[in-house]
Design a protein around this ligand. Structure first.
Ligand SMILES: [Zn+2]
Ligand SMILES: [Zn+2]
Length: 135
């Protein structure tokens, strides 16, 4: 387990958490593509009691998963950065922290992928693209 901290891009929302580096996952579902504006989303799992939001108050957008259950999508209402996800009832025990909001994200490497059937057809191949170290 490692201690992490993070927040949104504008700095209004800040949090810290205890996470297991073995639970970092990529999701290629169409909702994650739509909600992030990107090809896939990376999320780190945390127990509810191990996440503490100590500045700001994220907004929440509710979507419904394929199983019909509510998924709460927390984000900064000022800058729009995606921050967390959780569910209701027993699903509320586990939170997902959005990888890009974590200060120590370089220490958190995904170990699995879900919804790969809707992955962008190029998502597995970016290693082959010409790359520059900066813009
Ligand atoms: Zn913000
Ligand atoms: Zn997804």
């Amino acid at each position: 387990m490692i201690n992490i901290d993070g927040g949104c891009h504008c700095g209004k929302v800040k949090y810290d958490a205890l996470v297991d580096p073995a639970h970092v996952r990529i999701c290629h579902c169409v909702d994650c593509q739509s909600l992030t504006g990107s090809a896939y989303r990376v999320t780190v799992r945390a127990a509810k009691d191990d996440l503490r939001i100590w500045a700001g108050e994220p907004k929440v957008y509710t979507r419904y998963g394929d199983n019909g259950r509510k998924r709460l999508q927390y984000f900064c209402g000022d800058c729009g950065s995606p921050l967390f996800t959780t569910g209701e009832g027993e699903d509320a025990a586990i939170w997902g922290i959005r990888w890009g909001s974590i200060a120590q994200r370089r220490a958190l490497t995904p170990s699995s992928q879900i919804w790969h059937r809707s992955a962008a057809q190029w998502a597995d191949n970016i290693r082959d693209l010409p790359a520059r170290e900066m813009d």
